[in-house]
Design a protein around this ligand. Structure first.
Ligand code: C6P
Length: 414
């Protein structure tokens, strides 16, 4: 029988908004338009409820006692690791380590793997598009271990110069650490290609998926990456949550990052041995309620469907670019194509970005202005700061219309 491609149903952002209590909030009497999703997402009622219920009904420390509450907390917390593992296509839930955020996840790799495996003369390749959290930990290793940091550049549209990869990757390359989707330009990088190139020389690959996991279906097994990091709080989960995926064999071999309670198997005064994965890397009492909330966020995203979310955001970002392109006084950055998440970086000629953001805020519209924690990229683009609007599943074209209307007002005022 002939197979027909079924068009993906659209999601209804108006219905989704009802799940998010914050949209009842008014800012100076105006409805909140939240376009700062790349910084952190809003949280649905169901996730707030899960955390509240945990504290009201189950609260106890994990792995430490035989009483009922401790047992239930442990089960819920482990369940969340399993939900995250399924969500990203990991083969084994023990490959998921809960952290505070993507930054901590990268530091875990830098300290746990880099500090013990890299030697003078080894190379780590990153791109000019990286967030500071995927630059600074490698600079630390450069300074402490004498490794070389290599940088892959972008073209004028804001895409990686992939043709330069063969020149930059060599037998000396031990790690390629690459951003999946840019928090500044919105570019979605062809990480599978980068992984294939890295594998040719046996280098490991870390994917910074902080801006892709919430918006695009990602499968670590299909990608074949060795590490992947993300922030739970950008994917509807609680703040103070994030995770590291690492291939089992590598995590098993690596050294711990933090030392102390729960990460050990045995301790004598002379020496200690380490707990099984993932607890070897989750020292001390973790953010139990947050971790359980992250599992609930994954449930919510699965109910909606990440493919639908991506499709919706593509519509919103496409519509925004179309509307904003009408005005010659708006300078837009980033690629024009489908390889883009819901991020729009722009400047209005003659107006300081913080003034643009301030006036938008007067009208209840939240955007971010600044360097977006990516100063090398901003410098590469020939500027210091800019305004960024970033979208998610609850944003509407109507909100974009209001946003564009206020931008026209900004232009008129200046
Ligand atoms: N970018 C933004 O407004 P944390 O803060 O650790 O959860 O995430 C760090 C991080 C890492 N990689 C990328 C691509 C990111 O975008 C971020 C966070 C936010 O753009 C806050 S600076």
């Amino acid at each position: 029988m002939e197979k027909h491609k079924v068009a993906l149903e659209s999601l209804d952002p108006y219905r989704i908004r009802n799940d998010f209590p914050i949209f009842e909030r008014k800012i100076r009497g105006k409805p909140l338009i939240y376009f700062d999703n790349a910084a952190t997402s809003q949280k649905p009622k169901s996730i707030i409820e899960v955390e509240k219920r945990f504290y009201e009904e189950t609260n106890a420390n994990i792995h430490r006692a035989v009483h009922t509450l401790s047992y239930e907390s442990t089960v819920l917390y482990e369940e969340s690791h399993k939900k995250v593992a399924n969500f990203i296509g990991a083969k084994n839930w023990r490959e998921i380590i809960f952290t505070r955020n993507a930054t901590e996840s990268i530091n875990l790799v830098a300290y746990g793997w880099g500090l013990h495996n890299l030697r003078k003369g080894d190379e780590v390749l990153i791109t000019i598009m990286e967030h500071h959290s995927n630059i600074v930990p490698w600079q630390m290793l450069r300074d402490q271990k004498g490794i070389t940091l290599k940088i892959l550049d972008i073209d004028d549209e804001g895409r990686l110069k992939l043709d330069e990869l063969p020149r930059l990757i060599s037998e000396r390359t031990k790690l390629v650490s690459v951003i999946h989707a840019s928090n500044v330009l919105g570019t979605v990088n062809p990480v599978r290609h980068v992984i294939n190139e890295a594998k040719k020389v046996g280098a490991l690959v870390l994917v910074d998926a902080a801006q892709s996991i919430p918006h695009i279906p990602v499968n670590v097994t299909e990608l074949g990456c060795d590490f992947l990091v993300a922030s739970g709080h950008k994917m509807l989960g609680p703040t103070g949550t994030g995770f590291l995926y690492g291939r089992y064999e590598i995590l098993n071999e690596m050294e711990p990052f933090l030392y102390g309670g729960d990460m050990i198997e045995t301790v004598t005064i002379e020496k200690s041995t380490w707990n099984e994965l993932p607890w070897k890397y989750e020292a001390g009492t973790p953010n139990i309620a947050g971790g359980i909330g992250l599992g609930a966020a994954v449930d919510y995203l699965n109910r909606i469907g990440v493919e639908k979310i991506f499709k919706h955001e593509r519509e919103i970002v496409g519509y925004s670019l179309e509307r904003m392109s009408d005005f010659p006084w708006i300078e837009l950055y980033g690629p024009r194509g489908n390889d883009r998440v819901g991020v729009v970086l722009f400047n209005i000629s003659g107006v300081h970005p913080h003034d643009v953001a301030g006036i938008l805020d007067e009208e209840g519209i939240a955007v971010r202005s600044g360097h977006h924690c990516a100063q090398p990229l901003m410098r590469r683009l020939g500027m210091d700061i800019a305004v960024r609007a970033s979208f998610y599943l609850y944003n509407t074209k109507e909100e974009v219309d209001k946003f564009v209307e206020v931008l026209r007002e900004v232009r008129r005022l200046f």
